[in-house]
Design a protein around this ligand. Structure first.
Ligand code: HEM
Ligand code: HEM
Length: 471
């Protein structure tokens, strides 16, 4: 027999980074939420809405969700493969390289250095660095799979593989550009082709950054927390293959009623509708894993977080296909409905899955007890109410905008030709969104306090977990 000691230190790094960037990203979110109904909060050129909005999206997606999925992958891959990560050096390079990229984004975006492509705003030197760090991460991950001591590859690992391969292809494909200076480049594609590539990337950022790694996380951490095997392993495999096959075609649903050909939008719509089925299969697989364990929800904040997370996976993947239908999109596009949908997924699904994972990991990574279960429960309620206020306010704002923009009188004239009229109508909803966002941010701060106190009360220096395996 021999002892295999896992590298849990890298997981601790990623978990701490998740909490820090989560706080920063949501604080910026709250500021831009204030700037919309209260323009005076635009604090000069560098801190105006246009500069800070991409900072918010990049921070919450790539720094908050990004660090969280890396933590999940490093923790679960080592346990599922019964092997330490192939190279500690590569793991550290991945961690510090990623933080450097985030800091570079936080400096360049407020300065207005941007490609202008949503979720891919960073200029070419940072893009090159992202590609390098990602490839090192990929090599480290695949070499760990190669040296694994467990022959069977559990479904979570397949979701991680899909994430790592596809994100590399998407990022490199969409970032192909001709540099004309250190901070300026022009995309290789032009016009409609550029739009196509951008939304092939944009939609699949949702699919392979905010969905597949989170499904891997769900399939690993949920059965652990519920102490139940996954409801149907067969369903999880069907879920995996159908999700990865269908998602990649759905991008053009972001371009309905634009210059892209009609058939392409129809194709995107059809694949989006087909996505509903595997998405709900995944949700059902998650929720049914709790069969016979629902009573545990009373005492487990981790399971409570997962139930909200998985339910909102179901809600946003029901709503997404609906929004892709051209007639619905005619109402929703350019309105706050889209932003509401984005946050039902981001706050409900990604946020709560991350919170559940962190509360599960904290005592295990620092060999101690969670400092305050009560505070974690308070986080659950504050976060849930905040998220619901946020999305309800924006659904209401979005439908109001959509209906007002297309209201005609009997003579065929617009009823609200003055755009400002439609803006003023939704200002109250923007205030409600701000309150919801601030509540959600309060929950994030509670998590931060709980994390700091748990780490401080841990008596000994945390030790890494080890298993014995046949030599
Ligand atoms: C305190 C919590 C949050 C607040 C107050 C907040 C606020 C905002 C605001 C005001 C916008 C701009 C909307 C617009 O242009 O009209 C926005 C956009 C966005 N936020 Fe957040 N946000 C929060 C948390 C998050 C989190 C945790 C994520 C992701 C994990 C996220 C992802 C996004 C995305 C993807 C967009 C772009 C949406 C679109 O274009 O439809 N946000 N957020
Ligand atoms: C079956 C799954 C899904 C489908 C078919 C889908 C479909 C759509 C559609 C049709 C839009 C509106 C495009 C527009 O009118 O501009 C949209 C926007 C968006 N969705 Fe989803 N969605 C799905 C799941 C999700 C999930 C789970 C998340 C988050 C984790 C998410 C995040 C977003 C974001 C951030 C946007 C805004 C993109 C932008 O900046 O314009 N979606 N989605």
């Amino acid at each position: 027999m021999m002892i295999v000691r896992f590298d849990d230190q890298i997981v601790r790094y990623f978990v701490i980074a998740t909490a820090i960037w989560g706080f920063v990203g949501m604080l910026v979110g709250a500021l831009i939420a204030l700037q919309l109904p209260f323009w005076q909060a635009n604090l000069g050129e560098y801190l105006s809405f246009g500069r800070l909005r991409p900072l918010h999206t990049n921070a919450v997606i790539f720094a908050f969700a990004g660090n969280a999925i890396f933590g999940a992958i490093y923790y679960s891959t080592q346990r599922l493969t019964k092997a330490r990560m192939f190279s500690d050096l590569m793991s550290r390079f991945h961690f510090w390289g990623w933080q450097f990229i985030i800091v570079s984004a936080a400096i360049t975006l407020p300065l207005g250095l941007t490609t202008g492509k949503e979720y891919a705003e960073l200029e070419w030197p940072i893009d090159v660095l992202i590609a390098v760090v990602w490839v090192v991460f990929a090599v480290n991950f695949f070499l760990t799979l190669k040296i694994r001591r467990e022959k069977h590859m559990y479904v979570a690992l397949w979701f991680y593989i899909a994430t790592i391969v596809t994100v590399a292809v998407l990022h490199i494909g969409n970032s192909l550009a001709l540099p004309v200076g250190l901070f300026k480049s022009y995309p290789l594609f032009a016009g409609v082709q550029d739009a196509f590539v951008q939304w092939w990337y944009g939609h699949n950022a949702v699919a392979f950054f905010l969905t597949t790694p989170f499904l891997g996380l769900m399939y690993y951490f949920l059965p652990k927390a519920a102490e139940r095997p996954v409801f149907s392993y067969r369903l999880s495999i069907v879920h995996f293959w159908s999700i990865v096959f269908l998602y990649i075609w759905a991008g053009p649903h972001h371009l309905a009623y634009t210059a892209v050909p009609e058939w392409a939008v129809t194709l995107g719509m059809v694949f989006s509708i087909m996505l509903w089925m595997p998405s709900w299969g995944g949700m059902i697989n998650g929720l049914f894993t709790l069969r016979g364990a629902w009573h545990k929800l009373r005492d487990s904040v981790v399971l409570k977080m997962y139930v909200i997370g998985i339910t909102f996976y179901g809600m946003s993947t029901f709503e997404g296909p609906l929004l892709s239908v051209k007639t619905v999109n005619a109402l929703s596009h350019y309105t706050d409905w889209t932003v509401g949908h984005a946050h039902a997924g981001a706050l409900g699904w990604n946020g709560f899955m991350i919170f559940g994972m962190i509360y599960w990991l904290l005592p295990r990574l620092w060999n101690t007890k969670l400092w305050s279960e009560r505070m974690a429960n308070a986080h659950f309620w504050v976060g849930t109410i905040g998220m619901l206020l946020y999305v309800m306010a924006l659904y209401s704002a979005g439908v109001t905008q959509g209906l007002m923009w297309r209201a005609f009188d009997d003579a065929g004239h617009l009823v609200y030709p003055d755009f400002m009229e439609t803006v003023i109508q939704i200002v109250p909803m923007y205030w409600v969104r701000l309150v919801g966002g601030l509540l959600y941010l309060t929950g994030m701060i509670m998590l931060g306090i709980n994390m700091i106190m748990t780490i401080r009360t841990a008596k000994e220096k945390p030790s890494d977990a080890a298993i014995s395996v046949a030599a």
